[in-house]
Design a protein around this ligand. Sequence first.
Ligand code: CA
Length: 500
Amino acid sequence: MYTASAQQATDTRPNILYVFPDQMRNDACGFWREEGFREYRNAKGDPTITPNLNRFARESLVLISAQSNNPVSSPHRAMLMTGMYSAEVTGVPLNCNTDFPANSLNPDIETIGDVFSKAGYDCAYIGKYHLDAPTPNDPERPGHYVSEKYPVWDAYTPAERRHGFNYWYSYGTYDVFKAPHYWDNEGVKHEPYEYSPVYEAKKAIAYLKNRGNVRNPDKPFLMMVGMNPPHSPYNSLRDCMEEDYELYKDVPIDSLLFRPNITDRTLPKMKCAPYYFANVTGVDRAFGMILDALKELGLDKNTIVVFTSDHGELMCAHGEGSEAKNMPYAEAMNVPFLIRYPDKIEPRVDSLLLSSPDIMPTLIGLAGMKECIPATVQGTDYSDYMKKPISGKRPQSALYFKNAGGSFECLGDTLDFFPLARGLKTDRYTLAFFIDRERKLAKTYFYDDMKDPYQTENLSLEENKELVKKLCKELSYQLKKIDDPWFKEKVLKDLIGYRY
Ligand code: CA
């Protein structure tokens, strides 16, 4: 175990820079249309302009099939930070807002910030956090929420809930991208009038340059930058930079949203596409700024850089009835995942089915601190595999989760959660089961992603009995491994079987 006292100016452990926008699907990375990438996928990438990501991809391990297992903000972030699937332990089965006051990251669980901080890293968090339910703790107006609007989404995370991050410049959730706000280490609120990804890139660069003596330069650093865009709303120039909108405004909507699974081309949301993609380009610009600064400071060689996203965005796929995220569709679950570690990770494209809880132990492993992975972690450390694909194991599947509010008290607060859906993504198939409140099967989503990459044909369980049996065996095994509520209650026992 590394201790702070063992830190030297000669500490050669790598820095870690983790950049993650919120609602950016894997297809939105422009390089998927380029040679060297497009031949790996049977779906076509979006027509986006992402020059920085395209360049970065050629220096990185690029995952084709990284999955956001519970593809909505707070639950994904809880898995990312803790390496755990269990929402009962992380405390975050649902998005954090005042409807469910108990829904906050468990302060007693060891998160990625706790581990790296304890091991002698300087730890910084910049941008959207969304892991605490709002409480009346506005640092400027004690006893009040930071936002009086209902439902109250935004939150202030006080020092004792920051899990090892000693540099803090963050907020809960707030979707005004050109007038964002942040609370700093001391709880002082900052309200810049600048497009938030670019502003956050500038804060990240100031941290790298150690302006204002904000970090200990003798320590390696872990810096996480959570950019909110792309995220709804995507309606007007209030939501993106004008120069980015210019790139898409004259492109016909049917070329921007060409996916054959868009069944209703009259949806009002169709007009959001240019703003959505403008935000993808805006995030790319901000990411490029940080990469340039790393290089300029000579930090690029010994810094592991990850670019990924919370989850994706359907952007009209699968029709009106579908949510934009939180669904078992590829547009929601499949996220970008690019990782660069010069001379240690060979740049390549790989089909590793990485899950959200695998990220934390893998980063700890890549930093050479396997012994620091907490016993509570349920994800897998793929650092050996990332370094050398012939060594180490590969996952057979990635789980899918969706929870809903459980029982309600008379004032309307949700007291607990209901495990609404569980499913599985394998190399070839997607299979998910939704239940009603009587725990009976309500709906299935079943696709052959190899033959049908846009998931247009929901396959029959009846006509594919042997295959369903095989997939259910894998699902049983995965649910048992994490002691999921569906395993404990044997939900849909006749169908899933719980034989493994
Ligand atoms: Ca989100």
